[in-house]
Design a protein around this ligand. Structure first.
Ligand SMILES: Cc1cc2nc3c(=O)[nH]c(=O)nc-3n(C[C@H](O)[C@H](O)[C@H](O)COP(=O)(O)OP(=O)(O)OC[C@H]3O[C@@H](n4cnc5c(N)ncnc54)[C@H](O)[C@@H]3O)c2cc1C
Length: 404
């Protein structure tokens, strides 16, 4: 996409809040993250301060109390990794900690199509497991939760969901009597359901049988097929049409909170050691509520030490330079693979031994995408830059030698 063929100034990640027709649009749109901006004042509202831009970890991972790696000992069916999130939601419903969970089911006919749900039973929660790797209107269920008189709610969401939810709860009265808990997923480069088919065609030799895909710590995309086979596409062989920003949603290219810094607990994988049997996850507890949610599933969790190694600074700088040149038009229109798949696999094997590993891999991915998304916003949505970009992003640019 170029600035010229941008048809609409409005950024939208389909979080679902302004789709609620019973609440006035000016109230729901007033809480849209593309109107209120990323982090900044939201962090002050939640933590009493913004993240410390002089703190190497906080600038990247956000404000937190504790980071751990762990997996569920006996995974539930259909989960994305080991099922930490579904286990939290199940326990929260069973124990009465919450009366409902706002999350997603799958469409019965289209595997990747999300269907918002207000889960009120263990069965409903179990049916919500697994990734729907597209933008999804999770917050549509907020109105239903109010209508049903839910007093304690768990919301599972991407960063755009958690931002809009936090703002809406603070500034509009509908949720004021509701106690809200949040579990966040890290989220980056998300896409619309209607372009997912093109991406699978680009990534896989058997696009119609892909049931799960993930950008893994071994520098390859794992595409899991219906028969359990895992196809691996090295990052270095991803067609540049994908990274060229035509397919990722513009709203998701203007995201400056990949790590979900406002969730009570963020549950991802990128900072965890890669173990294809255990499927360790990376868990960042940010608030007292987040710590409590993790305590509730402590007996089910197997933990392992977090670690990190490798030269991240150079890796981020080099990779970000390529992406920034593409976005700003210095190297426009590059297509195809920069490396054939066989060569990409050799490169991925090498880099996963000597490149950023463990939490350094997480830092690599998080910092790289923050730089990319800053430049995308600056290039295509210049008029929104002051509203959207939190102060620490400028410190991050400085750290890697990029201009504002
Ligand atoms: C689009 C997308 C991008 C992601 N990118 C990263 C990443 O770069 N790095 C990283 O560490 N982790 C990322 N994750 C999170 C990761 O893939 C796992 O979802 C997470 O680690 C939880 O695993 P689990 O086994 O505990 O999940 P489960 O127990 O299976 O629970 C997953 C929960 O997430 C909900 N969910 C699924 N899709 C969505 C969606 N589109 N929006 C909101 N909620 C959803 C499900 O309904 C379910 O409640 C991403 C997830 C998605 C959906």
């Amino acid at each position: 996409m170029s600035a010229q063929n941008r048809t609409d100034n409005r950024l939208c990640s389909s979080c679902g809040l302004c789709m609620i027709s019973d609440w006035p649009k000016e109230e729901t749109l007033g809480s849209c993250v593309f109107n209120t901006g990323w982090l900044g004042q939201h962090e002050v509202d939640l933590y009493g301060r913004e993240r410390n831009a002089d703190d190497h970890d906080e600038i990247t991972f956000g404000i937190s109390r504790k980071r751990v790696a762990g997996c569920i000992k006996n995974p539930l069916p259909g989960v994305a990794w080991s099922g930490v999130i579904t286990s939290i939601a199940k326990k929260a419903i069973e124990s009465g900690l919450v009366g409902a969970v706002a999350t997603l089911h799958r469409d019965q006919h289209q595997h990747f199509k999300p269907v918002p749900v207000l889960a009120r039973s263990v069965e409903d929660v179990l049916a919500s497991s697994g990734n729907k790797p597209v933008v999804a209107p999770v917050l549509l269920s907020l109105h239903e939760a109010c209508r049903q008189g839910v007093k304690k709610l768990l919301v599972i969401g991407a960063p755009c969901h958690i931002h809009a939810l936090r703002h809406f709860k603070k500034h509009v009265s509908y949720l004021s009597d509701m106690e809200v808990h949040t579990v966040g997923i890290p989220c980056v480069s998300n896409v619309h359901l209607k372009t997912l088919g093109d991406i699978m065609n680009m990534f896989s030799t058997s696009p119609e049988t892909v049931r799960h895909y993930e950008f893994m710590q071994d520098y390859t995309v794992h595409l899991k097929h219906a028969n359990g086979r895992i196809e691996r596409l090295p990052y270095f062989s991803i067609p540049r049409e994908f990274t060229g920003t035509n397919l990722v949603m513009p709203a998701c290219m203007c995201c400056l909170d990949y790590i979900n810094g406002l969730a009570d607990v963020t549950v991802g994988y990128i900072g965890a050691p890669l173990d294809m049997k255990k499927m360790y996850q990376w868990i960042i507890m940010r608030t007292e509520k987040g710590e409590h949610l993790m305590e509730c599933i402590a007996p089910e969790l197997d933990t392992t030490p977090l670690g990190g190694a490798g030269e991240t600074h150079k890796a981020v700088t080099n990779a970000a330079k390529k992406l920034v040149d593409q976005i700003t038009g210095k190297t426009p229109g590059e297509t195809g693979r920069s490396m054939p798949i066989w060569a990409g696999k050799i490169m991925a094997a090498l880099i996963s031994k000597i490149g950023p590993r463990g939490e350094e891999f997480a830092r690599y991915s998080l910092d790289l995408h923050q730089i990319r998304d800053y430049y995308y916003t600056k290039t295509y949505y210049q008029e929104k830059i002051d509203a959207l970009v939190p102060g620490h992003v400028y410190r991050l640019l400085e750290k890697y030698g990029f201009e504002r």
